[in-house]
Write a protein of this length. Structure first.
Length: 255
């Protein structure tokens, strides 16, 4: 019985020490990490990679962006802290910082636990009919360490190809093809849609919640269809547009 009591006492002491160590890890204010992903804060909206097609960028845009999400692991900040990304893999010899993309210094505000931030992409013809990829990670500093392994890197796939979006004509049951809202595809029409809506729309989900930035809901699709229809009518009625009615290889553009 005495041996059992001694054994039980040792076990309780061990567990108490372990709890104290866990408390240090959980509440150590010097230990903060940043998790990175593309998408939103929602669990089902987290992606470790995304694609950017220069052919889909808004017309006459010198600087575009791809948004990523940052989530703080650790005690919230008591003051603003800065962080940076850097390229850690991929075609860094072909896709050059400063020439093709810009990684600014970002700020995580005091009291904040996360937010969306941009990777800026410069307008260029260097990628015409080509495809590249880059991987980014947190540049660790005295304020932040890298986060969990599955949220430590961002992979950006880059190309510049005029191609019909994958789900324009067909899409599975819980989605609706883009043609149902925007009609027959043409590159000129798609550029007009991007300019009017400010979005690169790749899918319309009919059931469930859309995953940003390229999915939209059925009701938003209806709204944007009406917005495009009004925009083309305004374009065609403006005498300052010598190419009216706005047309593509299929004839006058309609929605």
């Amino acid at each position: 019985m005495k041996k059992q009591m001694i054994y039980l006492g040792l076990m309780m002491a061990f567990m108490l020490c372990a709890c104290e160590e866990d408390d240090k890890l959980m509440y150590d204010e010097s230990s903060r990490a940043l998790n990175l992903w593309f998408g939103t804060d929602a669990i089902n909206g987290r992606l470790d990679s995304t694609a950017y097609n220069y052919a889909f960028r808004p017309l006459d845009t010198d600087l575009d962006s791809v948004m990523f999400y940052v989530k703080l692991a650790g005690v919230p900040l008591d003051e603003d802290r800065t962080f940076e990304l850097h390229a850690v893999g991929g075609d860094s010899g072909s896709v050059v910082e400063g020439t093709h993309y810009v990684l600014p210094s970002y700020v995580l505000k005091a009291g904040s636990t996360g937010g969306s931030y941009p990777i800026y992409l410069k307008n260029t013809a260097d990628f015409k009919n080509k495809a590249f990829s880059l991987s980014f990670a947190l540049k660790e500093n005295e304020s932040f360490q890298a986060g969990a392994k599955e949220y430590a890197t961002l992979k950006l796939n880059i190309k510049d190809r005029e191609e019909i979006p994958q789900y324009w004509n067909e899409d599975p049951v819980t989605y609706m093809p883009l043609k149902n809202f925007f009609g027959t595809y043409s590159h000129k029409k798609y550029q007009f849609i991007i300019k009017v809506t400010g979005k690169v729309i790749l899918r319309v989900i009919s059931q469930g919640t859309p995953t940003p930035p390229n999915e939209i809901s059925y009701f938003e699709a209806q709204y944007l269809q009406a917005k495009c229809r009004l925009a083309v009518e305004e374009y065609n009625s403006n005498p300052d547009n010598p190419d009216r009615p706005l047309s593509d290889e299929n004839g006058p553009i309609i929605f």
